[in-house]
Design a protein around this ligand. Structure first.
Ligand code: NAP
Ligand code: VY7
Length: 175
């Protein structure tokens, strides 16, 4: 409310995720599909800006991609003794956003952190993936009517053969 006076009014906090049917985002701490066009989009949306992720998502990245290059990496954990080369550590999403600073921040997962971050989000950047994930154990947050559709791309077919489309939401005007 007074965030403009605090100088934070124009900050973009984007949640960036890819979901299969039913909102599935993960299984056994991996992403259960390969869609290179989505990875390209993920990089477009995040490179050059800080990213915030949960400790399990950090663990899910192949070690050679940790920290995600070209981005300040902030990891949220309850474990005050946790540390990793190339990562800043935060004890909450609010603290992570403070640490991250910057005009634009990407919240990149996973399910627990998306749910905690919804209240801070200004934009949701979703890739819908046309796959059924048997045994999914991580899910996207609910998109309530506080959110308005900003862009819905056409369904496309990945080089992997999988269908996908990009769908973005912004906060709906207060009713
Ligand atoms: P997560 O959100 O990545 O991380 C959970 C961890 O965050 C918790 O174990 C805890 O770390 C920390 N945490 C949770 N609540 C907290 C709080 N209130 N305060 C401080 N720290 C807190 O885990 P997840 O929900 O299991 O998601 C991981 C799955 O999502 C994986 O399968 C991954 O591949 C997938 N994923 C998918 C996408 C996609 O776009 N499809 C993107 C990212 C991740 P400690 O246990 O260390 O305390
Ligand atoms: C997460 C990886 C996971 C496993 C292997 C390699 C949308 C995606 C995410 C997260 C897709 C990932 C990677 C890919 C990214 C590379 C580093 C290697 C990079 C998300 N829409 N899609 N995701 N990497 N949060 N949202 O694939 O990363 O960014 O440099």
């Amino acid at each position: 409310m007074t965030s403009d006076l605090a100088g934070e009014g124009s900050r973009e906090v984007r949640l960036v995720w890819a979901q299969g049917r039913g909102g599935a985002i993960g299984r056994d701490n991996t992403i259960p599909w390969r869609v290179p066009e989505d990875v390209a989009r993920f990089k477009e949306l995040t490179v050059g800006h800080p990213v915030v992720m949960g400790r399990k998502t950090w663990d899910s990245l192949p070690p050679r991609f940790r920290p995600l290059p070209g981005r300040a990496n902030v990891v949220v954990t309850r474990d005050a003794s946790w540390s990793a080369d190339g990562a800043s550590v935060a004890g909450s999403v609010a603290e992570a956003l403070e640490l991250a600073g910057g005009e634009r921040v990407g919240i990149i997962g996973g399910g627990e952190i998306y749910r905690l971050a919804m209240e801070f989000a200004t934009e949701l950047c979703v890739t819908e993936i046309d796959v059924e994930v048997d045994g999914a154990d991580a899910f996207a947050p609910e998109i309530t009517d506080e959110w308005a559709l900003a862009h819905r791309g056409e369904w496309q077919t990945s080089t992997s053969g999988i269908g996908y489309r990009f769908v973005d939401y912004r906060r709906a005007r207060q009713g």
